[in-house]
Design a protein around this ligand. Structure first.
Ligand code: CIR
Length: 253
């Protein structure tokens, strides 16, 4: 169960955020409203949410998930592969140190964005992507081992981050889309398949037995309900325009 979350409000500079989505420029005012709704949903799941102010220097800084990995035993400040995002870690470090005494940092030449890391109990799957390199993944695994946890790597083919196509819903249930469906690393899970036309729905989050899901994906929604979860739908259309989803918008711990 999670008790806390950290989020960062979107800034007006989000219109200059990184994107391959080809869905147009996000509308800042809509994004603010969507973000507020998202925060309310986290609170309704029982979380205490720390809301950091927008940081206009970093257009993608609302996607806080990428700059830290928060585990039950330590926090790891990452080193984003995207150069325009590297400075985001300065703004998150102080906040995380309020909650964690065990804080580690990824060192050069390693790069890690924690959207590439999926926690399954005490094991962490780490995607090797354009943003997370092998050196960064190996550093992460060494740190996890130091605190009695483990990690393994998954090579990404197409998607931005590992959790763009995967979401662990606890109880051995794994939501899977696209390139990960045929990956033997995930055979041991109860696979809930996300159809290709609903691929954006694969980025959802389990929060204390509820699943927060992007709005507008009825097939995936029904499958998650059939698996026994209550689903909260959230409209994050403006963040989708920047390739971001529900998991990217918070650090949950
Ligand atoms: C980026 O390209 O870095 C942002 N526009 C989106 C980051 C999304 N984060 C995530 O999937 N964990």
């Amino acid at each position: 169960m999670f008790s806390n979350a950290i989020v960062r409000k979107p800034g007006r500079s989000m219109v200059k955020g990184l994107s391959n989505a080809e869905l147009g420029v996000p509308d800042y005012n809509k994004a603010v409203v969507q973000h507020e709704f998202y925060v309310r949903a986290l609170k309704n799941c029982g979380l205490t949410v720390e809301e950091l102010e927008a940081d206009e220097n970093f257009p993608d800084s609302t996607f806080v998930e990428d700059v830290a990995l928060l585990t039950p035993h330590c926090a790891i400040i990452t080193r984003p592969g995207a150069l325009s995002r590297r400075g985001e870690i300065i703004g998150i470090k102080e906040t995380i140190q309020k909650y964690y005494t065990n804080t580690e940092e990824i060192q050069p030449p390693g790069t890690v964005e924690a959207g590439d890391i999926m926690m399954v109990g005490s094991h962490f799957y780490i995607g090797l992507s354009n943003r997370t390199n092998l050196n960064g993944a190996e550093q992460t695994i060494r740190i996890l081992n130091k605190y009695g946890m483990s990690g393994s790597v998954i090579k990404l083919e197409k998607v931005l981050h590992l959790k763009t196509g995967l979401a662990y819903l606890e109880n051995n249930n794994l939501l899977v889309c696209g390139e990960f469906l045929s990956n033997p690393a995930f055979e041991k899970f109860n696979i809930i398949e996300v159809p290709e036309e609903e691929s954006y729905a694969a980025n959802c989050i389990w929060v204390n037995n509820k699943v927060l899901l992007p709005e507008g994906f009825p097939i995936t929604k029904q499958k998650i309900i059939d698996a026994g979860y209550s689903v909260v739908e959230i409209n994050v259309s403006e963040f989708r325009k920047l390739d971001g989803g529900l998991s990217c918008l918070s650090l949950r711990f």
